[in-house]
Design a protein. Structure first.
Length: 136
């Protein structure tokens, strides 16, 4: 239902951006857009309904002292003390954003793409307030 509502909210913009296409191409583009919205809604629902790991009472001793963001292009495997604590929690934007949960304290983390002038970099960060709003 969320995907259908998103599709109808986006329909005026989809009509404007595809007005130069023939109707078969336009309908194909709209169908692909709906599939994208449906996949994103499914991924967001899976993230929101996941079973949370860890105990938030232990956050002050576990993830609170860690930096809010790690250096650019530092993969999770490059940070061994964090790699053993985090477990995958979901994906967003078709796999471009990865979400993780700390197994000790439940702190939410994410790895996203930060654009630069010539390309960009992946960055591992703490999720603000553990919330997904505005990221997927």
């Amino acid at each position: 239902m969320r995907a259908l509502a998103t599709f109808f909210r986006a329909l005026p913009e989809l009509r404007r951006t595809t007005r130069h296409l023939a109707w078969p191409q336009r309908l194909g583009f709209w169908l692909a857009s709906y599939r994208t919205f449906r996949r994103e809604a499914r991924d967001q629902h899976a993230y929101e309904t996941r079973q949370r790991a860890g105990d938030p009472a232990r956050r002050a001793a576990c993830c609170a002292p860690r930096p809010d963001a790690y250096p650019a292009n530092a993969a999770l495997d490059d940070i061994p003390e964090l790699a053993q604590l985090l477990t995958p929690a979901g994906i967003g934007l078709g796999g471009h954003i990865r979400f993780y949960d700390c197994t000790v304290c439940g702190q939410a983390w994410f790895r996203d793409w930060e654009p630069g002038t010539h390309g960009g970099a992946f960055r591992l960060r703490k999720m603000p307030n553990g919330a997904l709003q505005g990221l997927a």
